[in-house]
Design a protein around this ligand. Structure first.
Ligand code: ATP
Ligand code: MG
Length: 396
């Protein structure tokens, strides 16, 4: 739908008069588009109608799509838009994730400070329309880095959904090729595609293409590829939104590193954040607040994704053994036995032994206040039994 932006502009101008006929025809157009599968276009029209309904005294509030146009312009991605492919293998260089597919994603739960930084960035993007009108530059090139499983990819996808932008997700397997010069050509094709459409370009596992140029093993080709990335990023900078993600930030070439307007480290969650993550993933299950606190202690050093895995295990255990009314700690012990790791923590070591070892450690945890009643909650015990246990622990 090549001229669709003109139709939108016409609509936006005409609904301002609040003519019932205009609104009726716009609704007809929206329904027709929806029926023919052009969901994104239908949504754009709905947003214009919605902002017309909400506007008071004839003043139109810029819709989410109008606002996000300020950070990413270009043609709309439709059901008939296909990602570019590698010329030799026909492997797709990217995957397109439509706004509908992203809409249900909840944002990752982040430490308060980090959340504030991310919110600030999102505000700048949502306010890009006004910022640019005032001649202020909006950051469009962002790097998320940090440990695996901390919610980096989820954060990028959620941001796109919030802005009403589809995601062009680069496929590393399609982009990289063992033929000389092909990877660089694929990168140019990927960026050309992203620059043509209104989208968020997501370069996940970015270190795979933007690694240090001084790697002696594959020098010539790495240089060629990184130079292609640098040129492509420079050309894209004024056009659209680019988010790159890595958990090997040390591998990135310094020149690439400098290209980012904003760099955000997504760290492992602190104790308060871990509690919130566990509350989300145990919602609807009988996991009491004392158990959540003890879980926050024992998951020190866990990523959001690892916490989700633990919560899934606990929920499964609770359903399977419902008649025995298992405690959260029963499930935790089993989980630890079934998920051996080479990354030991003091909590994990203490939990491998008797209760007399881990209970004093949990009670001495500094990041959150854990009391005997919490231990009783987590072990389905009583406070007096916990206190007897502590007395016996003193003798160990
Ligand atoms: N902070 C968080 N809050 C809530 N859920 C989280 C959080 N971090 C991770 N998760 C859960 O773990 C899943 C995987 O996270 P995600 O893929 O975004 O991590 P990542 O940082 O991109 O990891 P990697 O570096 O390995 O690619 C998410 O879809 C979500 O279900
Ligand atoms: Mg990821």
């Amino acid at each position: 739908m090549e001229h669709f932006p003109i139709i939108l502009a016409l609509l936006r101008a005409s609904v301002r008069d609040k003519s019932a006929a205009v609104v009726q025809h716009a609704e007809r157009l929206r329904e027709a588009l929806q029926k023919s599968g052009a969901d994104d276009e239908a949504q754009e029209i709905e947003l214009i109608l919605e902002s017309a309904r909400q506007s008071s005294a004839g003043k139109l509030v810029p819709s989410r799509v109008v606002r996000s146009r300020a950070i990413s312009s270009g043609e709309m991605i439709t059901a008939n838009t296909f990602p570019p492919v590698d010329k030799e293998t026909s492997a797709p260089l990217a995957e397109i994730l439509t706004v509908d597919r992203l809409a249900e994603l909840a944002p990752p739960i982040l430490d308060t400070r980090l959340e504030r930084a991310v919110d600030h960035l999102a505000e700048q993007w949502l306010g890009a329309h006004d910022l640019q009108a005032a001649g202020i530059k909006v950051p469009r090139t962002v790097l998320f880095f940090g440990a695996p499983g901390t919610g980096k990819t989820r954060l990028a996808l959620w941001a796109a959904a919030k802005l009403g932008l589809p995601v062009v997700l680069a496929r590393l397997d399609g982009l990289t090729s063992s033929y000389l010069g092909t990877t660089a050509r694929n990168i140019r094709a990927l960026f050309d595609f992203a620059n043509r459409y209104r989208c968020l370009l997501l370069l996940d596992e970015f270190d795979g293409i933007a690694k240090l140029r001084d790697d002696p093993q594959e020098l010539g080709e790495v240089k060629r590829v990184v130079n292609a990335v640098l040129q492509a990023m420079d050309a894209r900078a004024p056009l659209g939104l680019t988010v790159a993600i890595t958990n090997h930030e040390g591998l990135l070439d310094p020149a690439v590193w400098r290209r980012f307007d904003v760099r955000i480290e997504i760290s492992l969650p602190n104790a308060a954040t871990r509690m919130k993550i566990m509350e989300r993933y145990t919602e609807g299950f009988a996991v009491n607040p004392g158990s959540i606190k003890v879980l926050a202690w024992l998951t020190e050093g866990y990523s959001g994704s690892e916490i989700e895995t633990l919560c899934d295990f606990i929920k499964r255990h609770m359903v399977l053994y419902a008649e025995k009314e298992p405690s959260v700690m029963d499930a935790v012990h089993l989980f630890l036995d079934l998920s051996a790791t080479n990354r030991s923590t003091p909590a994990r070591e203490a939990l491998a032994r008797e209760d007399a070892y881990w209970v004093p450690q949990a009670l001495a945890y500094r990041d959150i206040k854990i009391v005997q009643a919490d231990i009783a909650d987590a072990t389905h015990s009583t406070q007096s039994r916990v206190s007897r246990l502590l007395k016996s622990a003193e003798r160990i």
